[in-house]
Design a protein around this ligand. Sequence first.
Ligand code: FES
Ligand code: FES
Length: 157
Amino acid sequence: MIVSLRINGEEHLVDPYPDATLLDTLREDLGLTGSKKGCGTGDCGACTVLMDGRAVTSCLVLTATAEGKSITTIEGLSTGDEIHPIQQSFIDFGGVQCGYCTPGVIMMTAGLLADHPHPTEAEIRSGLAGNLCRCTGYSKIIDSVNAAALLMEEASE
Ligand code: FES
Ligand code: FES
């Protein structure tokens, strides 16, 4: 079964096992190892990517069901040589510590800010409720998301 996926702007044809998840395909077939496998059961958020602009846990998406979808992974978030404002904000505000959760948190943030460009703290906490982080205590992640929203607003002016 050949599946066509548009990943980070490029077309890919993959031939997954019937039960292969999108996370398996990204990491094992395409070498995109930025998305992490924390749990494999939809509970940690480390595997979050954007699918047609919406954040999804890629460990719960069968590759076969992603036929024709547009996928953005952490590797495709920035364009050109500059990192994305969300990535910069996480660096500047301490939202990255060990980094294991970070790709998933950043991709979830990208989905959140697409829907809520000026999120309240409650919206940030709710939006990131499915992303587990063992290091930051979450407050630095909240600060990073707020800073990212401001940076992205400035960049769009
Ligand atoms: S690896 Fe997908 S939610 Fe944990
Ligand atoms: S920075 Fe270590 S798990 Fe989040």
